[in-house]
Design a protein around this ligand. Structure first.
Ligand code: DAT
Length: 176
């Protein structure tokens, strides 16, 4: 079987954007037996940073070291990668890319309850409004690989899980 990967991301500029990537990614891993990789946590553990962004109060990821660190795991396949950016991952790593979308009113409450305020809160909300991440995904990967999923409510989460699990089952049938 070739390499088989899902990638799930959302808004940049912050370390924990709150659209539901982690919740979806971990639940998907437990339903499918795939491996879940949280790139933010991996960077924190390995200190894969190349500086600190004072404006956003957030470390700056060392993208080359992250790619080096992930390379072996990705070539084995069966990996769900969770991150809020995507343009530095090699396209060959992935079979499908999901961009989670949360309406601003829901996102505002989730980010505020995580203690985001001021510029950091506003920039993350702006990022959603202008679909920045979706556009980044569309320019980094073939259009047919990139799918948007709505993630406002627990019902959305359940529907997204069902949809992705069905997609994985179909992929396995087609590629085995
Ligand atoms: P992220 O990994 O994108 O930062 P998360 O998975 O930690 O986001 O979720 C942030 C919070 O929102 C957390 O309290 C769980 C909740 N949540 C996640 N997906 C949701 C959904 N579809 N509907 C309602 N709440 C959701």
């Amino acid at each position: 079987m070739g390499c088989f990967i899902l990638c799930i991301f959302l808004p940049p500029f912050s370390c924990t954007p709150g659209v539901g990537k982690t919740t979806l990614g971990k639940e998907l891993a437990s339903r499918t037996g795939m491996t879940y990789v949280n790139v933010g946590d991996m960077a924190k553990e390995g200190e894969l940073y190349e500086g600190f962004d004072e404006e956003y109060n957030c470390p700056v990821l060392d993208e080359d070291r992250v790619v080096d660190e992930l390379e072996d795991k990705m070539s084995e396949g069966g990996v769900i990668v969770d991150y809020h950016g995507c343009d530095f991952f090699p396209e060959r790593w992935f079979h499908i890319v999901f961009v989670l979308r949360t309406e601003n009113s829901f996102l505002y409450d989730r980010l505020e309850s995580r203690g985001y305020k001021g510029k950091k809160l506003q920039d993350n909300i702006q990022c959603e409004i202008f679909q920045i991440l979706y556009e980044e995904a569309m320019s980094s990967y073939r259009g047919e690989m990139v799918h948007q999923l709505t993630s406002n409510t627990p019902e959305d989460l359940e529907r997204n899980l069902d949809q992705i699990v069905r997609w994985i089952e179909q992929w396995m049938k087609d590629n085995n």
